[in-house]
Ligand binder design. Structure first.
Ligand code: ADP
Length: 318
């Protein structure tokens, strides 16, 4: 069987929620292009209201898109909706426990909904994989919050989808369970499952994801390998207030220099490759008299804030 290069490919995805009596129409996705390569652990990061859940709900078939195209595992969601749905498992953010079922029954019912033949069901395997074997026949209402959450993951996997989407998998989850869930997600990924997760824990994205997309106000503002995003962290900036007013950013050696709206000159440098002294030497060599200066050290939080502040600043301006 030919495997698709991309687990998910969205092009020009738009979602407008219609106006209600109390709320104006809301454009939650404003033309999103996003490609999730097969085999990745892909993080979708963004502040509340960015459009992450809307995107996931469209993938899950729970929300209708307004415009654009989406393929899941190479299957267009308009042309082959059933095939597209079969390729994806979604773990919702809210725990929706079936209080009248045991975990075993819950998985069997879910498998039935997906039309998985009895002989091909993996109930015991999933219960074991998620540490629920002991509780297989307990009522779901007797499970702890963490166990319920693991059951949600198991439910999303009953039809053995090649793509698993987790919406805020560890929100409100204690550290130990978080680590267990991460370990399971990584194990699934090693078995070939492509993982997409939304989170607003930068630490989680950093620990798990090989690629991160940052979404804000319904738009993708960055999408790159986690290592590349982290590399921005060694970019420090020397901010110089020049004695004279500059009309444009002068060349400062090989460094990236920009003029800020307030007239300060920001010179970015890799802390691994150069020091403040070298930057200052080049600033002076460019004929600039330094009235004042400071350095700025971004961290991932800063990258995130800069990308989502809506100020239009690009990462290079950090
Ligand atoms: P996130 O998951 O990143 O927090 P959402 O996708 O939930 O963001 O929301 C994106 C925007 O769409 C928000 O402004 C939210 O208020 C709005 N929105 C989400 N769901 C609905 C809905 N069912 N009806 C109207 N507006 C909605």
């Amino acid at each position: 069987m030919d495997l698709p290069d991309n687990a998910i490919a969205a092009r020009g995805l738009v979602k407008t929620y219609p106006a209600t009596r109390t709320m104006p129409a809301m454009r939650a996705l404003k033309g999103v292009d996003l490609v999730v390569p097969r085999g990745s652990i892909f993080g979708l990061l963004g502040p509340n209201g960015a459009g992450k859940s809307t995107f996931i709900n469209i993938l899950a078939g729970l929300t209708r898109k307004t415009a654009g195209q989406v393929e899941i595992w190479g299957r267009d969601i308009d042309q082959r909706p059933r095939d597209a749905r079969a390729a994806i498992g979604v773990v919702p953010q809210e725990i929706a426990a079936d209080v009248f079922f045991t975990p075993r029954e819950s998985l069997e019912v879910q498998a039935g909904l997906y039309g998985v033949a009895k002989a091909r069901r993996r109930t015991d395997e999933l219960l074991a994989a998620l540490g629920l074997t002991d509780k297989a026949d307990a009522y779901v209402r007797q499970l702890s919050g963490g166990m319920k959450r693991r059951l949600m993951v198991a439910k999303a996997m009953v039809h053995n989808p090649p793509v698993l989407v987790l919406d805020e998998p560890t929100a409100g989850v204690d550290v130990e369970l978080r680590r267990q869930l991460w370990a399971y997600v990584e194990a699934l990924n090693r078995q070939g499952v492509t993982i997409v997760l939304t989170t607003h824990y930068l630490e989680e994205a950093e620990a798990l994801c090989d690629t991160i997309a940052i979404v804000n106000h319904g738009q993708v503002v960055a999408c790159e390998a986690t290592s590349q995003l982290l590399r921005r962290l060694d970019t420090r900036t020397v901010v110089v207030t020049p004695d004279e007013t500059l009309s444009e950013a002068p060349r400062i050696g090989d460094f990236d220099s920009r003029l800020r709206p307030n007239g300060d000159l920001a010179v970015a440098f890799k802390s691994a490759g150069a020091g403040v002294e070298q930057v200052l030497a080049q600033v002076r060599a460019a004929g600039i008299t330094i009235r004042d200066l400071r350095t700025e050290d971004p961290d991932l939080e800063d990258v995130f804030v800069a990308l989502t502040s809506g100020s239009g600043e690009t990462p290079a301006q950090l």
